[in-house]
Write a protein that binds this ligand. Structure first.
Ligand SMILES: [Zn+2]
Length: 410
């Protein structure tokens, strides 16, 4: 194709590394806030959470997707670190495990104060941007970690939890997970049980972001309808591009749009291409799709680094975010749209969650019914005869009727 000579400088400007340079310029002002990183899980499995061990040094750690030099090269300015404990800890030591994972995140901030600063609100994230440190937040992955207790939910909030993924890949006694949609688990709560609704209301009251990654479509719908604040999918991609049940279907993306919520795109090959291999360009396709269906305000990044075994070529570790941003610029995303996906959309959602929260409101108090808890090593203090009558008016009525019948017989 013949191009007029005076257009050559423009062509030269828009080829080569121009988009990559532009990405870096934008990210110097607006670094990425990523929705989900499993480095704390790696610290548990590799070092049993012993951060002082020489080989656990986060500056030189080599086998992981995440270390300090890679985070810096990737312009990561905010990270929801995943406090995760697997489903096999449900009804066992989930609470202990989750406390330990929250503790290891706090110790990362303590050990590397020049790099990480633990924060708990949107203002803290902006402040960390100014200081050139990585705002570090706690995201608890899996509702089984609250052991069906509103008291534990509130205690985790006090320890810094700022999102809770309602389920991992198992039902809780109060919310259904994505395996229900796959036919591998039975629906138990048809989305959210009455207690599940109390959990959502209490999260709104406290100011904990509701995370719908890993939940069933019925749970997505029930929560999007009930929550007074926007929600996030901390690490999920688009179902219409890869028919994996961990991804978000288009009809839910419409609700995401209507509620001002956010989908932070997962980079795991199996969710990106539905195959073992995937590319950076295919991740950009997911970002494009969510932007098209839910709007530019609904897009974010939730790489799932260090939580997955396969990542796309071109997105091998956390240093590669600028390459993905360059690809979005190549696809003619505007600077404002890019800044939105990097950080502004999450900051908007977080601020809205903070505005909905109201610590003067009466907390949710009614415990989960005893018969919803799996019988295990758990004790039953508090669930006395009297209180079980109190919560079962039918039983109370039946026993009153017996007494009255007895009296009339006399
Ligand atoms: Zn996950």
């Amino acid at each position: 194709m013949w191009i007029s000579w005076w257009l050559w400088p423009l062509v030269a400007l828009c080829t080569g590394d121009q988009f990559r340079d532009e990405a870096e310029r934008i990210m110097r002002g607006t670094p990425v806030i990523d929705g989900h990183n499993d480095l704390p899980w790696q610290l548990l499995t590799m070092f049993n959470n012993q951060l002082q061990q020489a080989k656990a040094n986060l500056t030189s750690l080599a086998q992981t997707h995440t270390n300090i030099p890679k985070l810096k090269a990737g312009f990561v300015g905010g990270q929801f670190w995943s406090a995760y404990t697997p489903c096999d800890t449900q009804n066992k030591d989930a609470v202990r495990r989750i406390l330990e994972q929250i503790d290891v995140i706090h110790r990362m901030c303590q050990m590397y104060p020049e790099t990480f600063v633990c924060v708990t609100n949107s203002t803290g994230i902006r402040q960390a941007f100014q200081e050139g440190r990585i705002a570090s937040l706690v995201g608890v992955e899996g509702g089984h970690s609250i052991d069906s207790s509103l008291g534990v939910l509130r205690a985790l909030y006090h320890l810094g939890m700022r999102y809770l993924t309602l389920t991992h890949s198992c039902n809780t006694p109060w919310a259904d997970n994505w395996l229900v949609d796959k036919g591998e688990d039975k629906a138990q709560s048809q989305g959210l049980s009455d207690f599940g609704q109390s959990v959502v209301k209490e999260m709104n009251r406290l100011g904990v972001i509701i995370d719908l990654a890993h939940v069933s479509v019925a749970t997505m719908n029930a929560t999007l309808k009930l929550s007074k604040a926007p929600v996030i999918f901390s690490h999920s991609s688009a179902y219409s591009l890869c028919q994996h049940r961990r991804n978000v279907p288009d009809h839910v993306l419409q609700l995401v749009n209507q509620t001002g919520s956010l989908v932070m795109v997962n980079f795991y090959n199996d969710y990106v291409s539905c195959r073992k291999e995937a590319t950076l360009s295919q991740v950009a396709d997911h970002l494009d799709h969510i932007k098209k269906v839910a709007g530019a305000g609904a897009v974010g990044f939730g790489g799932d680094f260090d939580g997955v075994s396969r990542v796309p070529s071109g997105l091998e570790d956390v240093s590669k975010y600028p390459d993905l941003v360059a690809e979005l610029l190549r696809r003619q995303w505007t600077e404002a749209e890019v800044r939105g996906a990097l950080a502004d959309n999450l900051l908007r959602v977080f601020k809205a969650v903070e505005q909905v929260s109201d610590h003067t409101q009466t907390p949710e108090e009614e415990p989960i019914p005893l018969d919803k808890l799996e019988d295990s090593c758990r004790t039953k203090y508090g669930y006395s005869e009297a209180s079980s009558f109190y919560h079962q008016p039918g039983a109370l009525l039946a026993s009153l009727t017996t007494i009255l019948l007895g009296l009339s017989l006399l």
